[in-house]
Design a binder for this molecule. Structure first.
Ligand SMILES: [Zn+2]
Length: 119
């Protein structure tokens, strides 16, 4: 299955990366409208920290239910929300090629995450 993993600083002026390389990424359960960066960042599943870029990686199937239980408990957003975000992130990763570097952004008008591969 394809997932997004942290792959360091993206190289654009507005990029940031607080997630160690290789950490599996999900999406934020909640985004704010203050443009703090949460509306354009992945969330690390171990550190719960943010990064504006994710690299598409092919991995062995993982148990998203187990991971969601863990992330949901540690983040405070709960298993259901964490699971929904993980499924969304994996579905998004599946639309790109392995190695692509992708930036998420939250489409407030349509209340959904969108993804752009950098070129
Ligand atoms: Zn925010």
């Amino acid at each position: 299955m394809k997932v997004f993993v942290a792959a360091g600083y993206g190289g654009r002026g507005e990029d940031f990366c607080w997630v160690p390389d290789g950490e599996l990424l999900s999406l934020n359960s909640v985004v704010c409208a203050s443009q703090c960066g949460c509306e354009r960042a992945f969330s690390g599943t171990q550190t719960l920290k943010a990064t504006t870029t994710g690299k598409v990686c092919e991995i062995d199937t993982i148990d998203l239910v187990d991971l969601a239980r863990d992330v949901g408990a540690r983040s405070g957003f709960g298993e259901a929300s964490a699971h929904a975000q993980l499924v969304l992130a994996c579905a998004a990763a599946d639309q790109f090629a392995v190695g692509d570097v992708v930036r998420p952004w939250y489409d407030f008008e349509h209340d959904t995450w969108r993804f752009d591969a950098s070129t």
